[in-house]
Write a protein that binds this ligand. Structure first.
Ligand SMILES: [Mg+2]
Length: 123
């Protein structure tokens, strides 16, 4: 059975990069949104195995989406990865406190990203 990955990212270039990297992996189905509200809604109907959330989005940010998802029983243990270019001291800690499993900083390290996805999907 295919594993589902949901990506919420408003930057087209980053989204293309995610899709390109994930596209090299087998048995993966990718879903995307470029706004937080749509993402939060559709994540609940798609039930992904791994969720990737950009922190800076035009409407609701990734941190708030993560908090909302963690309130829902079936998303308590779903791996959720934060992607952000925040570099201020304490930002990473603040983001992780929202309930993320991992923090990826932009610009993206492709090998690090691929490794984390494999680990979370156990493939
Ligand atoms: Mg963004």
């Amino acid at each position: 059975m295919k594993k589902k990955i949901y990506i919420v990212e408003d930057n087209e270039k980053n989204l293309e990069l995610f899709i390109a990297v994930l596209g090299t992996m087998q048995n993966i189905e990718i879903f995307t949104s470029n706004t937080g509200r749509e993402g939060l809604k559709l994540i609940q109907s798609k039930n992904p195995d791994v969720i990737i959330l950009d922190i800076q989005l035009p409407d609701i940010n990734g941190t708030d989406i993560c908090r909302e998802l963690r309130k829902i029983k079936r998303f308590k243990k779903t791996p959720i990865i934060a992607v952000s270019s925040f570099a201020m001291k304490g930002d990473k800690e603040r983001i992780l406190e929202a309930g993320f499993d991992f923090y990826l900083s932009k610009p993206l390290s492709i090998s690090n990203f691929r490794e984390k996805i494999r680990e979370f999907l156990r493939v």
